[in-house]
Design a binder for this molecule. Sequence first.
Ligand SMILES: *Cc1c(COP(=O)(O)O)cnc(C)c1O
Length: 437
Amino acid sequence: MTDKTRALGFDTRKVRAGYRSEDHNYAVAVPIYQTASYDLGSVERGRRLFQLEEVGSIYTRIGSPTAAILEERVAQLDGGTAAIALASGMAAISYTLLQLTEGGGRVLSLPNLYGGTIDSFLRVFPSLGVKIDYPEDIHDPISYEAAITPDTKLIFIESISNPNAELFDIEGIAEVAHKHGIPLVVDNTFATPYLFNPFDYGADLVIYSATKALNGHGNTIAGVIVENSKFNWGSGKYPQFEEKLHVLRTVSGEARSFIEAAPGAVFTTRIRLNYLNHLGAALSPFDAFLILQGIETLSERVAKQVSSAKKLITYLETKKEVLWVKHPEAKDSPYKELAARYFPKGTGSIFTFGYGKTKEQRDQFIDALELFSFHANVGDARSILINSPETTHGELNEKQQALADISTDTLRISVGLEDPEDLIADLERAFQIAAEE
Ligand SMILES: *Cc1c(COP(=O)(O)O)cnc(C)c1O
């Protein structure tokens, strides 16, 4: 018998949370509900479903039982109250920003982020009337405070930045956000819930590209938004959550706001009904199943990748042709203290290093690798090496790359699940071939 008063551990939650086989014909694995729509049963039940009086599936664009289990599982891994799964990490980011900046506003963020996020800041949000600001010193919470205006609607950061694995004073930044009545949104993709829980340090919303380590096998695209319901959406600054709406009416016909209709899930319910419903980035049941399957081995995979990353970093630091290594594990990293404070289990398995006197030499090095894959993804079971300035961050101009701290000699590694000795041998061979120039 399990003691019901004891909270289940992380590893138990990652294989079991959100699923009861007795609710699904006693299927042991989470079933893939491959249907577009669901019978409403009776007129009365249909009414209850559409008025949020009863939770249930209606149409796969706005949710499916398979995705609902994924949502519950990720919410429980982070200790959140609700989550929503979407068709990509970019959908999770853009819907969050769209919802928070309705009616205009400003986003306070960092120039050191995933390339696609920066690109959306540059190409999508300004044309919707949403401006992006950056603090002068990304490592100083006081600098964030100085950049907040009455129009600032959120602060957006990554817990471990892409691609250079920079760390930030998350508690200090959260404190500044809350002092000004705005939420802190943390993209926790690189860390995963296994290495870091942003809610423990003041984040209000957590975002994942589930494409990466949550899935862990490089075979689908997905995103998740998690909320913990601590933020007060009723302060007057976000009228979208307070507005009484006919669609949220009670059975007796009284209009309600999202705050009234969806306690514990205000943010994600509005994302579902307003953005997923109308803009349509729905996660298919099959893809939700793949992410769930990946999460079952999250801890084991990430722990091994963290350990292998340390070995690769130690090896690279012995190579005279490697000019620098950026990761909190690197010996001269400025992030030792933040790593010890926030990441006792490690700071992930993605890092960058500088190599190559010339572009030709770098190209030759990459082409000489046999084991490392050369493609734009991270958190895969396979190790990946990529030349970030020309690919993942290639849409940024020289000045923007400099702002994101991406020098032209940057190579990014995402460590997979191979034997680290084989990965080191592959790098060693490629270094020798490239040196023969
Ligand atoms: C990949 C990535 C995203 C975008 O996610 P997709 O699933 O590719 O849309 C967002 N943030 C980070 C940190 C990422 O690495």
